[in-house]
Design a protein around this ligand. Structure first.
Ligand code: AG3
Length: 287
C-alpha cells in the first residue's frame, strides 16, 4: 500500500498555488490573533505558517533575515538602538546581534504565542532572543511606536502581509509615528510585499505611497525568497535624511566587521536597488 502524502498549500491567487510536502505537523494552535502552524518538510526543513501564509522556512529564512538587516547596517554603521516590530521568530534579532556596536534591540511583537512557539520549535531563528541586549515587548506595534520619540536609530518592520494583525503596519499613521520615534538620521526598513501578483503588487504600491508621503527618502530593494509568493520580494528603505543614498557606503568598512552571511554581500547590496522596469512603473504609479 502506498503511504499517504501530506501537502501544505498556500494559495497565491485564484489561479496559482504553492505546495510543499509535509513529513509531520509539529504544532497547530489558534492564538488570540492568528492560526499558528509548524510543519516538518523534506525540502525546506521546519516551516512556520501564520494564517495560511508561509512566514519562514529553515532552508531560506537566511535570505530574508540577512537582507532585512545588513543593508541598513552597512549604510549606517553607527546604529546603536534598534526597534523590531513583529519579528517574533527572532530571525532579525539574530542578525542584529552580530553587530557588537548595537547597544539595544527592542522587539515589539503583538502575539506572545508566536514568540513562545518559535522558541520551542525554531531555535535556528529564536535562539538568541534571551541575549542581554534584547528586550521583549508584547504589544501592538502601532500603539508602542506612538509613545516613542527620538528613540531609535533603526526601526525594522518585520510584519505579516497587510491583512489581520499586520494591517495597521502599512498605514501612513504608523509610518508617521515611526518617523517621530527615529533619531535624526534614522532609517526605517520594512517588508514591502511582492510586485508580482496583482493583490501583492497593490499592497506594495500602497506601502510605497504612504512611506513616500512621510519620509523624504523612500526607496525599495529586491530579494529572491523561494517560499514567498512568486519568489520575488521587496524591502523598503526609508530615511529621515533626504540625502541618504542606500547605495553609497564604505564597503571595506562593512567587510572588515567579519559579519557572517550566506546571501548578503556589499556588491549584492548595491545591485539589489536596481529594479526591473515594471517594478519602477508600479512604484511611480504608472502601472
Ligand atoms: N514576514 C512575512 C512576509 C510575508 C510572507 N507572505 C506570504 N507568504 N504570503 C516574515 C517574518 C519573518 N521574520
Amino acid at each position: 500500500m502506498q503511504a499517504r502524502e501530506l501537502w501544505f498549500t498556500e494559495n497565491y491567487t485564484d489561479g496559482a498555488r504553492f505546495s510543499i510536502r509535509i513529513d509531520a505537523q509539529v504544532y497547530s494552535h489558534k492564538s488570540r490573533f492568528q492560526q499558528i502552524d509548524i510543519f516538518d518538510t523534506p525540502e525546506f526543513g521546519r516551516v512556520l505558517v501564520l494564517d495560511g501564509c508561509i512566514m519562514l522556512t529553515e532552508k531560506d529564512e537566511f535570505i530574508y533575515h540577512e537582507m532585512i538587516v545588513h543593508p541598513a547596517m552597512a549604510v549606517r554603521p553607527d546604529i546603536k538602538r534598534v526597534l523590531v516590530i513583529g519579528g517574533g521568530d527572532g530571525g532579525c534579532v539574530r542578525e542584529l546581534l552580530q553587530y557588537e556596536s548595537i547597544e539595544s534591540v527592542d522587539l515589539c511583537e503583538i502575539d506572545r504565542e508566536v514568540i513562545e512557539t518559535c522558541r520551542r520549535f525554531l531555535p535556528q531563528t529564536a535562539g538568541r532572543m534571551d541575549d542581554i541586549r534584547v528586550e521583549l515587548h508584547i504589544a501592538d506595534g502601532l500603539k508602542f511606536v506612538r509613545r516613542q520619540k527620538n528613540a531609535y536609530d533603526l526601526i525594522i518592520v518585520d510584519s505579516t502581509d497587510p491583512f489581520g494583525p499586520g494591517e495597521g503596519l502599512f498605514t501612513r499613521e504608523f509610518y508617521g509615528n515611526c518617523y517621530s520615534a527615529l533619531t535624526e538620521n534614522g532609517i526605517l526598513i520594512n517588508q514591502h510585499e511582492s510586485p508580482y501578483y496583482r493583490g501583492d503588487a497593490l499592497a506594495m504600491q500602497r506601502a510605497h505611497r504612504q512611506l513616500s508621503a512621510v519620509f523624504p527618502m523612500a526607496s525599495v530593494y529586491q530579494v529572491h525568497i523561494p517560499t514567498y509568493p512568486s519568489g520575488h520580494w521587496l524591502f523598503g528603505f526609508a530615511a529621515k535624511n533626504a540625502e541618504c543614498n542606500p547605495c553609497e557606503f564604505d564597503e571595506e568598512q562593512w567587510n572588515a566587521l567579519g559579519i557572517s552571511t550566506r546571501y548578503y554581500n556589499t556588491k549584492l547590496h548595491k545591485g539589489s536597488f536596481a529594479l526591473p522596469n515594471y517594478v519602477k512603473d508600479l512604484l511611480s504609479g504608472k502601472e
